[in-house]
Design a protein around this ligand. Structure first.
Ligand SMILES: [Zn+2]
Ligand SMILES: [Zn+2]
Ligand SMILES: [Zn+2]
Length: 396
């Protein structure tokens, strides 16, 4: 077979489209290899459960000249992000005696129809998660699950640590976790608390619990989201949201004065006389009825709010600082085996990656005998009904 000498055009584009970067990539140089970093800092920087980046195959000039916001992450690493919509775009790493090197966040890359465009090389800093984080659902992402060796996981940097199996890590004392869970971005400009709300949920008619509250346990659903807007905003291909009533979000040591509705939140953040405790919380309206909240200093995604649900927000799961571990299973219940908005990624390289995450999480559930959760079942029933209705409609 002749070697394919054609190039593909890869773009890195932020959610508001103000920042677009293009690279011509020879097919022969593919795949690009990604590192998933599960460290505490990356989770609080993106709002996702890890960061994920590849060496940027394009020229650096356009990046150097672009009006990107900067956040100094460490002496060696600076984050470059869109100041309008908060999409993390690139890491700039300062290499000794060499020019700067750039890595692109994979979540902002175009979804080219090139299967295997990105291969996951390793998972790093997995020990920071305490419980293995989402690395446990990402062992086989590069093709044939049954045949491929698991993607290596390291407790720290690969050159500084041994490989480990994240499934051997376990949550710390989930029963002793506090009622209030700290919620903060990397720079702590956004610093809030999430209340469990156990008493409130217990007082509700069980039939009227919010859709994201597990009957009986009153844990909050944490989902897997393939939506294009969420991956662009966070830089992470699969975004994990949990959900909260605004009445359960407050300032640390607070008095319940955090805005209780999404219109009130919008007004509070936009006000010239804003409450200083809102800190660096900023907003980008990604459509007429949707507000996306983020940290204006470090870029972390914080909330997704939509006008039709005024009493609640989607909350970025990576911001939770639950003492039991990154998966925060003392308060969250994960929608294993359910990836929503998959239609967004159909036909591109991302479809394979996200399908694999879904298969991995479902296999984990089955292996451990974890029952399918109520929200996954409800979703399937809804989808089946819609399908049946569409079929009946098509016949008539
Ligand atoms: Zn933007
Ligand atoms: Zn990291
Ligand atoms: Zn921040």
């Amino acid at each position: 077979m002749a070697t394919d000498t054609s190039d593909i055009e890869l773009t890195a584009q932020c959610l508001c489209k103000a920042q677009t970067f293009t690279a011509q990539v020879p097919r022969a140089s593919l795949p690009l290899t990604a590192t998933f970093c599960h460290c505490t800092s990356c989770r609080h920087l993106t709002g996702g459960m890890h960061s994920t980046s590849v060496a940027w195959p394009g020229a650096a000039d356009a990046i150097v000249e672009a009006p990107l916001a900067e956040y100094v992450f460490s002496p060696r690493l600076t984050l470059l992000f869109c100041g309008t919509c908060s999409s993390p775009m690139f890491w700039r790493s300062r290499l000794e005696a060499r020019a700067d090197a750039y890595e692109a966040f994979t979540g902002v890359l175009s979804n080219n129809p090139v299967p295997g465009l990105i291969q996951v090389k390793d998972h790093i800093f997995v020990n920071d998660t305490l419980d293995g984080g989402v690395a446990v659902w990402q062992r086989h992402l590069n093709g044939d699950d049954a045949k491929d060796a698991p993607i290596p996981c390291y407790s720290d940097w690969p050159h500084k640590s041994e490989e480990l199996d994240p499934a051997t890590l376990s949550a710390k004392d989930p029963e002793t976790t506090p009622d209030d869970i700290a919620v903060h971005c990397r720079c702590k400009g956004v610093s809030l608390v999430l209340r469990r709300g156990a008493a409130d949920f217990a007082a509700m008619d069980p039939a009227k619990l919010p859709f994201f509250v597990e009957p009986g346990t009153h844990k909050l659903l944490a989902g897997f989201d393939a939506c294009n807007s969420c991956r662009k905003m966070s830089g992470v291909d699969v975004f994990n949201w949990t959900f909260a009533l605004l009445q359960h979000i407050d300032y640390p040591g607070g008095d319940g004065s955090f805005p209780r509705t999404t219109p009130a939140l919008k007004t509070a953040v936009s006000s010239l006389n804003r409450d200083p405790r809102l800190g660096t919380l900023a907003m980008y309206a990604s459509s007429a009825d949707v507000q996306r909240y983020f940290c204006s200093r470090c870029s972390a995604s914080v909330f997704y709010a939509v006008d039709s649900r005024p009493d609640m927000v989607d909350l970025a799961a990576g911001l939770l600082d639950s003492p039991d571990g990154a998966r925060a299973e003392s308060i969250l219940v994960w929608a294993l085996g359910l990836m929503v908005w998959m239609d967004d990624v159909k036909g591109g390289w991302r479809e394979e990656l996200l399908d694999a995450v879904n298969r991995n999480s479902e296999a984990w559930r089955v292996d451990r005998g974890i029952p399918r959760n109520w929200a996954v079942i409800a979703r399937e029933e809804r989808d089946a009904k819609a399908k049946a209705k569409a079929k009946a409609g098509a016949k008539s």
